[in-house]
Design a protein around this ligand. Structure first.
Ligand code: ATP
Length: 241
């Protein structure tokens, strides 16, 4: 958990709307993430969580509202340009190349100008378990190791904003807790982190702020506490009906 001093806002979505094939799925979403802060975006299936991340990464154009990065309006900026400006999305499903070795997966990140050694050293110092597996095919790593590799690849771009989609998917609770400790370390280095999760428990241990997304709207956001639990159960039960 970070200190309570105000953090410089790095990522800001204001009144963001988004649609697929004319059907609106985000109806005016407001979210901000400060440097060194972790914001958890929680909500049931189909609420629009992944769409929020896609808008933030420039992968889906908003149909209304604004996206700002470090105070600069970047609405409509292409994903490659947002990536170069410091936005990194780790998609659901880990974002590694299963048929390439750990080392080859990392070497692909040299497009940012770092050498192969620099990218590998940074990855192995953060995730030592990957060092012993550098020649192993990424697809044969455990689920947790694959997530570590995905994080290491993402960090190879030296992001200012890290967008994480369902980091915990399919992983055992202890593995998830360990991964979120690493995410907390990343935030302590000043990165703004926006984490999407369907189930809240693990991420709330490290989140500074939580937002509930339900049917494309944010009915509640604030510090994670008891009222968040009540809000979540209302929306999760609501979504099942
Ligand atoms: P989950 O937790 O199930 O991954 P989510 O909260 O991330 O869900 P989104 O994936 O953002 O939700 O989807 C929000 C809505 O938009 C859903 O109704 C979904 O069916 C729809 N949707 C998402 N992607 C597309 C697409 N490419 N084309 C059409 N509709 C889409």
């Amino acid at each position: 958990m970070t200190v309570n001093a105000p953090a410089r806002t790095l990522l800001e979505l204001s009144a963001v709307r988004a649609a697929y094939d004319g059907i609106t799925v985000l109806h005016g979403v407001d979210l901000t993430v400060g440097a060194g802060r972790i914001v958890a975006l929680l909500g049931p299936n189909g609420a629009g969580k992944t769409t929020v991340l896609k808008v933030a990464a420039g992968l889906h154009p908003p149909s209304g509202g604004r996206l700002r990065l470090g105070g600069r309006d970047v609405t409509g900026v292409l994903p490659g340009d947002l990536a170069r400006a410091g936005v990194c999305l780790i998609p659901e499903g880990r974002g590694v190349f299963p048929n390439l070795s750990v080392r080859d997966n990392l070497w692909m990140m040299t497009f940012t100008g770092r050498t192969r050694d620099q990218v590998e050293d940074a990855a192995y110092s953060r995730f030592p378990v990957l060092a012993g597996r550098r020649t192993q095919l990424a697809g044969t790593l455990s689920g947790g190791e694959q997530q570590m590799l995905a994080l290491a690849r993402g960090l190879g771009t030296d992001p200012a904003v890290l967008l994480l989609d369902e980091l915990s998917m399919g992983l055992a609770p202890l593995v998830v807790a360990d991964l979120y400790e690493r995410v907390a370390d990343i935030a302590r280095e000043g990165v703004a982190v926006l984490v999407v999760e369907q189930f809240a428990t693990a991420v709330l241990k490290i989140a500074d702020h939580a937002a509930v997304l339900a049917r494309g709207r944010v009915p509640w956001q604030g510090r994670p506490d008891g009222s968040l639990r009540a809000e979540l159960s209302a929306h999760y039960l609501g979504s099942a009906s």
